[in-house]
Write a protein that binds this ligand. Sequence first.
Ligand SMILES: Nc1ncnc2c1ncn2[C@@H]1O[C@H](COP(=O)(O)OP(=O)(O)OP(=O)(O)O)[C@@H](O)[C@H]1O
Length: 632
Amino acid sequence: MAVEAKAAEGVETRGFEAEVARLLHLMVHSVYSEKEIFLRELISNASDACDRLRYAALTEPALTADDPGFRVELAIDKDGRRLTIADNGIGMSHDELVANLGTIARSGTSAFVEQLSGDESKDVNLIGRFGVGFYSVFMVASSVEVVSRKAGSPEAWSWTSDGAGTYAMRHAVREGRGTTITLTLRTGEDEFLDAWRLKKIVKTYSDHIALPVILKGEGEEGADETLNAASALWTRPKAEITPEQYGEFYRHVGHAMDEPWATVHWKAEGTIEYTGLLFIPTNRPFDLFDPKRESRLKLYVRRVFITDNCEALLPGYLRFVRGVVDSADLPLNISREMLQESALTAKIRAGLIKKILSELDKRAADAEAYKAFWDAFGAVLKEGLYEDFERREQVLKLARFRTTKSGEGVISLADYVARMRPNQTAIHFITGDAAGVGHSPQLEAFKARDIEVLLLTDPIDDFWTGVGLDFDGKPFQSVTRGDIDLSLIPEAAGGTQAEAAPDADIATLIAAAKLALGEQVKDVRVSKRLTDSPVCLVADSGDMDMHLARLLRAHKGADAAGAKAVRILEINPRHPLVKALAERATRPGATDALEDAAHLLLDQARIIEGEGPSDPVAFARRLSDVMVRAVA
Ligand SMILES: Nc1ncnc2c1ncn2[C@@H]1O[C@H](COP(=O)(O)OP(=O)(O)OP(=O)(O)O)[C@@H](O)[C@H]1O
């Protein structure tokens, strides 16, 4: 953390973590046009600090007894070119100052730093997409002092920096708890010393903050002035809240920078009362695929912030939802642990899920807007198909799919069913990588019969398709697994099939291939799925789907249960190569050539699956032997 720590006359100079130094360099040289967002970030932090103290005071009331009125105060010192933002929140200890303002502790900021290209003109635009919290002050300030006193502690500490590689820590004096941040503004940033400008900024970005943001001494006859509405946004009547205010509030609670894709604000009344103000983001939050799959919803009890880490409030598959739930029915002194188990929490959870799913259902009517949502969060929502047994049908109805016929668009299962071919009884799908899945040879017979196939490319697809779901009475069936019989479905017009090799010859070829390949395949058989390619691999009906097996091998190693299942090699009796080999198989002395051919066919099928030959050296040798014979 500290590159260098030097104690001289009570001053401790420390180096910023390398990533912070990079970030600060960008801030200091920033030409970002909306520099005023630094104030939003500081007020947002101050409000969070007050929320956290209010919660701590539930169990330790002495923490706030001397100064119960939470607030944020802004003060301007024109002569000194200084702007001060002070709060009476929880404050920071020496170690917290070092940890929070010297390193990158937030996932959002580290995602930001990861994206930095070194090209400043490009990087500056990232500021608007990520937000950089506290560090944004260096866009406007030549030096910054943070004086903080942790609630309950007599000691205060000062953190100072000019944003150039190091910061200094020293003892300080602060009357009462909280944090005071003093910015010395750079030349050219005088607008932030102007009371009108500050009022405007607070009104625009921080009106929703639930505690008063006060401008000191700039009102009539030097009076203090409260600049924001200072009441919790979710408690205000919907009709009085503008979309801009909802948007700012979303960015504050969601630690986000985008616009909400959907806003749902309602009051639940009945067995349990609560207010919900939920947002579905437009963009994927950075921690969306974090293995912890935590929900970030903020829970309040009668406007006192309790936690933003209550797993029991939202299932993992809705973890992209941001916002606030405030209930008067939960006890104020409820612990985070009790919350997880409370029957009231379970009721709220059921209410939230219902509201979110029905909102999605409503919005699905606008196909284009819904596709934007689906592209961002569909992969997560589909986890519900696997884990929310009760609501599978609802989620399935909300799901959208790319298919062999959808082009760049997506379709619903209802669309799929409506387009099913005569005598088609199942919903066919293939799982795989986005780049290759649409070209798999296993799809050939489906294309020949004009049967639509769902192209599933999210890792979760391999899981939910294995739980025996159906839609509208139609089961899901993988095109790469088990026996497939499409003979009852008419071929598409214009399709002509080449003559197949005689059955007896094919039987001889199959026998020779089985002998040559031994344990490497479970079976060799005539394919009903191929029309153009000579071979493909399929999984046996009881075995794991091939794509899932590959995923498991990649993540858990070759020994993972089911990952090793041996596949079936299918051959296409109408393909010229197979026909020639079948003919050759009936002639005497064919064994060696057929052995090479069988291995090459298997390797070819493996390559098409994206797996590579099982023995690359042997593959290369066989291939050159065959080529030599061909050109000799
Ligand atoms: N006024 C404050 N009082 C107490 N702690 C603070 C204050 N300002 C910042 N902090 C601490 O410093 C941390 C880093 O702040 P920073 O603004 O960089 O990120 P953040 O607030 O966590 O995230 P975001 O900017 O996305 O809201 C905070 O998480 C908080 O712990």
